[in-house]
Design a protein around this ligand. Structure first.
Ligand SMILES: C[S@@+](CC[C@H](N)C(=O)[O-])C[C@H]1O[C@@H](n2cnc3c(N)ncnc32)[C@H](O)[C@@H]1O
Length: 234
């Protein structure tokens, strides 16, 4: 007999079904990275793979209400280190929806031209997604695309100095009380005698000196050597 898992909505476009997260596909019929497509009440959803997305993993790992990790649908948000668009696509389902019916704007920055090519292709079918070829550290070059502060900012750049890059972006782009999420890859930082735990402890101290640290989510099991820090700007 089929096992029935509890289904609960996290937003108009996101469902939690047991340990699976699904988003309403804003581009029906198309899977981005071979993820499962499935209909719930006649509406096509895509499975958000937590092993390929730190935000997806964070939704399953957080000790708080998962929807608190997400931006308001229809808002403008900034995502640094967009990669090939795996997480971006699910975020777009939530923030913008099909034909951008929610009116959101997802500014997705990456410095790799190969990533930009994929993001640009994605944006052709996902209005509201704005791919930007740029360096998260040099926001004078692309910051004009964000004329007013955002309430939600995500960073996943996997390069040395992740906390400094994040705090600079928070200062420049995040509004007061806005939520920021930093995906920190320990292996990208300078080697520390104290190992990953020391790197995470230093990050906590650095973040806490400037912003309110709401949660430290350990992603081990989904993404080893990674943590997700959730902050609120004071
Ligand atoms: C781990 S991948 C991002 C994966 C993506 N966030 C996802 O969940 O689908 C890290 C990305 O950061 C980008 N990156 C590294 N340093 C950067 C920088 N200074 N500015 C912008 N992007 C950067 C890399 O090109 C790479 O695509």
């Amino acid at each position: 007999m089929a096992k029935h898992r509890r289904i609960r909505p996290l937003s108009d476009s996101i469902l939690l079904e047991g340990r699976n997260v699904w988003t309403v596909n804003a581009n029906p019929g198309v899977a981005i990275r071979g993820e499962s497509l499935r209909k719930f009440r006649g509406v096509e959803h895509r499975r958000w793979d937590p092993n390929r997305s730190k935000l997806g993993a964070g939704l399953l790992r957080t000790r708080n209400e998962p929807s608190q990790l997400l931006p308001q649908p229809g808002s403008t948000v900034l995502y640094l280190g967009a990669g090939h668009g795996t997480t971006i696509s699910h975020l777009h389902d939530h923030l913008c929806g099909s034909k951008n019916r929610f009116g959101g704007r997802l500014v997705a920055v990456d410095l790799a031209p190969r990533c930009l090519r994929d993001l640009t292709h994605l944006a052709e079918h996902r209005p509201g997604l704005v791919p930007v070829l740029g360096d998260a550290r040099k926001f004078d070059a692309w910051g004009v695309l964000i004329p007013s502060r955002v309430n939600w900012l995500f960073q996943d750049v996997a390069q040395a100095g992740q906390v400094e890059i994040f705090l600079s972006a928070v200062r420049r782009f995040l509004s007061k009380d806005g939520i920021g999420l930093l995906s920190l890859k320990a292996a990208s930082e300078r080697h520390s005698e104290g190992g990953d735990e020391d790197i995470f402890a230093k990050a906590i101290a650095q973040l806490s000196s400037e912003v309110e640290l709401l949660e430290h989510i350990n992603l081990t099991g989904y993404e080893d050597q990674h943590a997700l820090f959730v902050i609120r700007r004071r």
